[in-house]
Design a protein around this ligand. Sequence first.
Ligand code: FAD
Ligand code: EPU
Length: 311
Amino acid sequence: MKIIPRPTLADRTTLRLGGTALAEIRLETPEDAEKLGDVLSETGGSPHVLGGGSNLLVRDGDLPVTVITPLLGARKSDGSPAFPEILRTEKTDGACRMLVRAGAGMPVPRLLGWCAANGCSGLEGLVGIPGRLGGAIAMNAGAYGCSTAPLIEELEIWTPEEGILHIQASDCEYSYRHFSVRKAPSWFIVLEAVMAFPARPSELIRSDMARNIAAKTASQPVKARTAGCIFKNPQGESAGRLLDAAGMKNRRIGSLFFSPMHANFLVHDTSCGTTGRTSDALELIAIARKSVSDKFGVLLETEVREWPCLP
Ligand code: FAD
Ligand code: EPU
């Protein structure tokens, strides 16, 4: 376990915004998780779980927050990158699926590369999505017809009430960009997952990934400093299309603006040498929501998680 005092959260988010937390607790082993309750009572502050920081909008200033970063499964003990582990292969009625264990700290791009090389199908749509496996599960991240949660077979989680728990898929609830665990009444940390991947030839997985990344880079500003889409899509509609039609493309406050490529991506422009403020981002988000509501009568709900949030 590593405890870092007063981390700057702008350094830990893809949007490069956010003030200073009280502390960051890095969990590297299951034993670290066992000590977490005691460590949290020493650091104080409201606990917030950090993955790759790619879906976060963190407020400016001094924040009464302690960040917990589960890095299990990210590195081996010698510091080299860790990879998932195939537990077993199951065959039923001619269909073959592979049961694979991976830690919450595994970067999603590394997991996808491993899946392609090992013939594990199901996440082909997630190409180009940054972040870690724990964050992809907590958000039920998805794209191009794929999403993370349906592949979960078992989870190891930590809850403040019970400590480490082993959870089955039947204890999980998920929907579009939503994931929860029935046995976790307040909040939880995903430590590790066992996922069931249908087996598929590597070359077919690779060609689907290539098609999806081409579609993503053609329609989304994947190289800019963003947190992905700011708003969830309303049922049967694209928030990006509504924001575009409401005139939000290029709308700017300070160093923050809505992308001319995709109106649901808020971009932090750091090229002018000044650092943007989350207060500017929040003002733009409020303007965008009002513009869409006035024009279409649709109230957009944010997909990005605003920090600090209620425990
Ligand atoms: P974070 O941003 O760190 O956290 C997100 C939420 O998950 C927070 O509430 C956090 O507390 C919680 N969390 C994180 N780790 C854990 C854990 N181990 N246990 C419990 N809770 C945890 N998203 C999509 O769904 N589809 C897309 O196509 C997509 N494209 C993107 C493209 C770009 C260029 C960018 C920057 C983002 C995109 N995103 C997309 C958004 C984002 O990448 C995903 O939501 C991602 O899965 C978040 O993972 P993360 O590890 O960065 O989580
Ligand atoms: N559109 C516009 N203007 C825009 C943006 C989009 O007219 O500025 C139109 C497009 O032309 C298209 C339609 O809206 O006709 C849908 O756009 P797109 O295919 O880009 O999909 P999206 O609904 O905007 C969703 C997810 C993305 C995911 C893609 C691909 C949400 C909020 N967004 O985008 O996820 O990558 O589909 O599956 O669900 C994310 O969640 O962060 C994210 C990037």
